[in-house]
Design a protein around this ligand. Structure first.
Ligand code: ANZ
Ligand code: ZN
Length: 838
């Protein structure tokens, strides 16, 4: 037999699928639907191996669903806005649009070579007005519904480049280009009211039983619901005071100070005539804006000299500090500090020499000296707290909240960690926010018939900042409402907005509106979503929110966009370094015995850790190169073999060669259809068990198990003698492996086509399982003599008792054990056991 030649076959079949529109989804199909989606790629330049693994998994499921009678939607598009395009523009003097579109063309060609069953008629790129114009319309609908607002908020400000930085452009608290320490600055920015949906998003997690537990937990923590008390610490003698939020009202008698955020109005007011406080506040504003930045910063405070009354004992006065660890946008921006039971408070108290009073006892330990430098946060009994002594934490919490409500100085309160979603970006390469600022009318939405607001093409990137801001004409427009000269909003939307609804646009993409509700509802929710766990929080939460928001305003009746979620592992590869620690690529080194050397110089090299493929460590393999070498099917087969899909997969030369050999082995098998007669019962049984097993494995995304079963069947076929059963097993193995190695499967299918009536294997039905063949029809029975096991026999299931007896007595081992003795009785348990009593 000639070898299977992917260099000819791959492209041929890809063209045939395309010509026949094999994978174009029909909105009006009467079949049951399956929407299979992988997270769409950012067009960074080239497809990387992680994409190949991700899309191969989705592809196998999509092809399998087609074969099992579903109308499948399996689309692909491009998450095409974002910083890298602007960075390229700054560094290489290219236009972000040109750079992005070139990348899309290249990456699309790369994907096509892998033979994915994608409906390319639905391809979309978020950077095209055809997409983002509809996004602007949706944004304005949310605005009209009160789900969008503007407020002052902190951004990362690079004082040297005089520009706003995205979080990912802040590296170790410094601007990525200037290296200058980043400052916090206030700007008026646009927000989406995701907090209105905090509870819904939390409760909704409960229905997502086909999501990984870890992802649900991460979202739960991100939403961060906590219940506690909001209460006032009054200024002595006054009516007003400082409101604090606490989740531990049970520890109130352990309070030793009150701390407020640097941006708290009380701090601001005091600072106006206290230069040293003003200086402290400025200090606090330095450093990044993320919670992690603030968490890790050293705890520092400023004693304001003010005091407040303790609500449970007004004669007891506590000092008020401004502290860098208190955030203005959580709770009330103020806390009471209880050092014995909160680590930050303890660090703070030790530094500023404040009292530490233990109020929760752990067993017999009640003395504060045992607090040491570690706060006690476990369960226990209340102590040092007057009437609360002896209560549990929960009893004390309830007691204090009830008392506060009765006496009017506090209220039970639910608090969420989740913040509203700031969507303003001071960047060019994003969706323009469709608002016009007018001196008289305020913020005016761009009228519908003036959408899309398109980006200007003539922009420059030679100086830092937002090119939209300095464009000579773009932002100069007349107010749509009153007609006077006004200014177009120059902020663009966070690219997470683009990826919050692309799966709806895939399902339905009319020209004149974002989507057709009825059509979108036919497809949604996505039945299987596959992607990287790095998107476990933000992307998935934003997409869930956006879908709920659209549903809230009546645009679509879908609550959860992704019914089932799968997060795949990474592709890893061996790393190599030279003696100085410079990374070397695998093809720069050679192994001689146990030592590695650099091929060019003969100098020693070190084989390092197996790590995620990355350009910086030089351990990448380029999908194009390996497809050139081995063809698409061997690469696809490798992506599915060996490792469970949620685990990391190590790329290896030996591994891909094994896959290449298996592809050839399958090919040879298919040339062995003999036309012979006769049944091979054992092979039939194996074949049908494997049909059932592979189907179940693919449904469960256990691709490595499906692959192992196909190997198993190949072995069985190779061992079997020619028969009709064997011919049928050969056809079956082709069908079962066709979702994984579709090019080979099509090629072999046509070769067998003479006796099968033609047609594509892509359109063939998944083989049916004969349930009677799944049952084992033989059993193993135990033969005992005087209760002792003497032999085991394999017999037909349901064998009559007399025959079981006869077979037992015919056994040489049994006869030996009887040794001429008298048989008193023979006990038979059908299908299990024969016991001979002497
Ligand atoms: C007193 C106390 C005693 C607290 C104790 C904890 C332990 P979660 O669970 O995350 O909601 N807190 C409240 N507002 C804050 C702010 N704006 N910035 C920094 N910290 C703030 O956390 C709630 C707890 O975090 C609150 O309960 C408060 O400290 C602090 F033994 O109050 B606690
Ligand atoms: Zn106006």
């Amino acid at each position: 037999v000639e070898r299977f030649n992917p260099h000819v076959a791959d492209a041929r079949w890809q063209n045939i699928w395309e010509e026949r529109s094999s994978f174009v989804a029909d909105d009006n199909s009467p079949k049951p639907r399956a929407y299979v989606l992988e997270m769409f790629p950012y067009p960074s330049g080239r497809i990387h191996i992680g994409h190949v693994r991700n899309y191969t998994m989705g592809d196998v499921l999509a092809r399998y669903k087609r074969m099992t009678g579903h109308e499948v939607l399996h689309p692909m598009g491009w998450d095409a806005f974002g910083m890298p395009a602007e960075n390229a523009a700054m560094e290489k003097n290219v236009h972000p649009g040109g750079w992005t579109r070139d990348n899309i063309a290249n990456m699309k060609a790369q994907l096509k070579r892998l033979g994915f069953a994608i409906d390319w008629t639905r391809e979309l790129a978020t950077c095209e007005p055809e997409y983002y114009g509809h996004e602007q319309a949706l944004f304005l609908k949310l605005y009209a519904a009160g789900l969008v607002y503007r407020k002052e908020s902190a951004v990362n400000w690079d004082p040297v480049d005089m520009t706003v930085l995205a979080n990912e452009q802040v590296i170790d608290g410094k601007g990525w280009r200037s290296g200058a320490p980043v400052e916090r600055r206030k700007l008026s920015q646009w927000f989406l009211k995701i907090t209105d949906f905090a509870d819904e998003l939390l409760i909704g997690l409960g229905s997502l039983d086909q999501w990984p537990d870890k992802v649900r937990l991460m979202q739960e923590n991100w939403i961060g619901k906590s219940q506690g008390l909001k209460c006032t610490f009054r200024f002595p003698g006054g009516d007003d005071g400082i409101d604090v939020f606490t989740t531990r009202p049970d520890t109130m008698f352990g309070a030793s100070f009150v701390a407020i955020a640097a941006d708290h109005p009380v701090a601001q007011k005091l600072a106006s005539n206290a230069p040293d406080l003003q200086a402290f506040i400025e200090e606090c504003r330095k450093g990044g804006t993320t919670a992690a930045d603030i968490e890790t910063a050293e705890k520092r405070g400023f004693n304001t000299g003010l005091t407040v009354e303790h609500p449970l004992d007004p004669s007891w006065h506590l000092p008020v500090y401004v502290a860098n660890f208190v955030l203005m946008d959580y709770g009330t921006g103020a806390v009471f500090g209880c050092p014995a039971h909160d680590q930050r408070d303890l660090d703070f108290a030790r530094k500023y020499d404040l009292p530490v009073t233990r109020v929760v006892a752990d067993g017999d330990v009640t003395d504060s000296v045992f607090v040491g430098d570690i706060a006690f946060t476990g369960p226990g009994t209340i102590v040092n707290s007057h009437w609360m002594n002896g209560m549990t934490i929960d009893q004390a919490k309830a007691d204090v909240i009830a008392r506060a409500q009765a006496e009017g100085w506090g209220m039970g309160q639910t608090q969420y960690r989740l913040r509203d979603w700031g969507v303003s970006r001071q960047r060019y390469w994003g969706t323009p926010i469709p608002i016009i600022h007018c001196q008289t009318c305020g913020a005016v939405p761009v009228p519908d018939d003036q959408l899309p607001v398109t980006l200007p093409e003539d922009v420059s990137f030679d100086i830092p900042g937002n090119p939209l801001d300095r464009h000579p004409t773009w932002s100069k427009v007349d107010c749509p409402s009153c007609g006077i000269p006004a200014r177009r909003e120059t902020d663009t939307l966070d690219t997470f907005v683009d990826s919050s609804w692309y799966f709806i646009r895939f399902a339905s993409q009319p020209h004149d509106k974002p989507f057709d509700r009825a059509v979108a509802e036919k497809w949604l929710p996505v039945d299987q979503y596959i992607g990287g766990v790095e998107h476990a929080i933000l992307h998935l939460l934003y997409a869930r929110f956006w879908t709920r928001a659209l549903s809230h305003i009546g645009l679509i009746d879908v609550k959860e966009p992704f019914a089932s979620l799968f997060t795949q592992g990474m592709v890893t590869h061996q790393t190599y370094q030279d003696a100085k620690g410079t990374w070397l690529s695998p093809d720069q080194v050679r192994r001689e015995g146990d030592v590695w050397t650099i091929i060019d110089s003969g100098a020693p090299a070190v084989a390092g850790r197996i790590e995620k493929m990355s350009k910086s460590k030089k351990n990448v393999v380029d999908p194009d190169d390996i497809v050139d070498q081995y063809g698409a099917d061997a690469v696809r087969w490798f992506m599915l073999s060996d490792s469970p899909p949620e685990r990391d997969l190590e790329w290896s030369e030996a591994g891909i060669e094994g896959c290449w050999r298996f592809v050839q082995r399958l090919w040879r098998l298919t040339s062995q259809v003999s036309g012979a007669d006769g049944a091979d019962k054992a092979l039939d049984r194996k074949t049908h068990q494997i049909i059932a097993g592979v189907g179940a494995d693919i449904e469960a995304l256990a691709f490595n198990k499906a692959v192992a079963k196909i190997y198993d069947l190949a072995n069985a076929i190779e061992k079997a003698a020619p028969s009709a059963s064997r011919d049928s097993a050969i056809r079956t193995i082709l069908l079962l492996s066709s979702p994984m190695v579709p090019h080979l499967a099509e090629e072999a299918w046509t070769q067998l086509g003479a006796d099968m009536g033609g047609g594509l294997i892509a359109d063939a039905a998944w083989p049916e399982v004969d349930p009677t063949l799944l049952e084992e029809d033989e059993v193993t029975i135990a033969i005992q003599v005087r209760g002792k096991l003497r032999d085991t026999l394999t017999v037909a299931k349901g064998l009559p008792q007399a025959e079981m007896e006869a077979l037992a007595l015919a056994s040489e081992k049994v006869q030996h054990a009887i040794d001429g003795g008298d048989i008193k009785k023979i006990i038979v348990v059908p299908d299990r056991l024969v016991n001979i009593v002497l």
